[in-house]
Design a protein around this ligand. Sequence first.
Ligand SMILES: *Cc1c(COP(=O)(O)O)cnc(C)c1O
Length: 387
Amino acid sequence: MTRIFPEDLDAGLATRAIHAGQRPEPHAGAIMTPLYLTSTYVQDGLGQHKGYEYARGKNPTREALERNVATLEGGRHGFAFASGMGCLDSIMKLFRAGDHFVVGENVYGGTFRLFDKLLRHLGLSFSYVDTRDPQRVADAMTPATRGLLVETPTNPLMWLCDLSAMAEIARAHDALLIVDNTFATPVFQRPLELGAHIVWHSTTKYLNGHSDMIGGVAVVLEDALADRLQFIQNAAGAVPGPFDCWLALRGTKTLPLRMKQHDANGRQLAAWLVDRLGESAVIYPGLASHPQHALAARQMSGFGGMITLDLGSRERARQVLEGVRVFALAESLGGVESLISHPFSMTHGSVPADVKQAMGLTEGMVRLSCGIEDIEDLVADLDRAIG
Ligand SMILES: *Cc1c(COP(=O)(O)O)cnc(C)c1O
């Protein structure tokens, strides 16, 4: 089982990001974790091996990434997967037919699709609720509820949920609180410290940060839960290749540094957009006008680089989406480069139109992932595109 090196917890977050989970390689002392391109490991004798038997089960490059992210999240065990969705699919294998889940109604479109188009047919059932209101969450829990799955802030509506309140509700019902921490990252929010059982990420986004791989990772504190996840990771086999792990591990070294700049650019751009478009057009948890700004300030140590604009109509959204030159029109987020997207038709294309309508996800919405370029260039780019 990939358990963190406990001594790594003695260091601050930036130091952990660079060193946690990694030790100089024993042959030459290479400071960087080698890329272990191997499917199997030679055994000294029958039943005598170095803890590695077959690479679906364990790979040292993967272990370094798992330890690194687990330490950043304040957990004890990490499990890397081939994608964020592969990670969630494996987490859901902890459960069995008949189990019920309460899910945030504005979760990532792919999460909704996995539940609605695949797992529902395997006997799991899901209730979608507005997790901004803990009372609604509590009311949706049933005797069959085994998990509460939330995201905060959500994509693209930037709804927050109170993770301590969610943990209390989950524990009162013997359910697991499972938090998608992709948006905030452990730099700004650590759900395990607030009572979550499982934290997971699309490492594709901020953790890797360079838009050159797809991956997922789950982190837990409890040993018994870790045993079950490790069994699933090996048995179901949605594991990442070592090179993707190596890239993500390179990425996490600069995570605190990058998040600082994403946050600085996000705050400045959001303030400028309020001046340019008016308060009601800009959704960003760092703005005092955000209805949950107080919760954001309490629960997060930064607000990040994700901003949603409500431009009023699909035509107006198209004008901005097609008018930018520094921002690139693309799905995904969290890379060093700025991206712009149309959630209604892109990330949330698989969510039924009436469901989107009901939660206020409109065709005029545009989502910005502010990169770490010079803020003046991002401002000038949007200024030109807004016209
Ligand atoms: C991208 C994303 C996912 C899915 O991860 P993949 O790596 O694309 O499979 C899940 N949750 C959030 C919030 C995401 O942004």
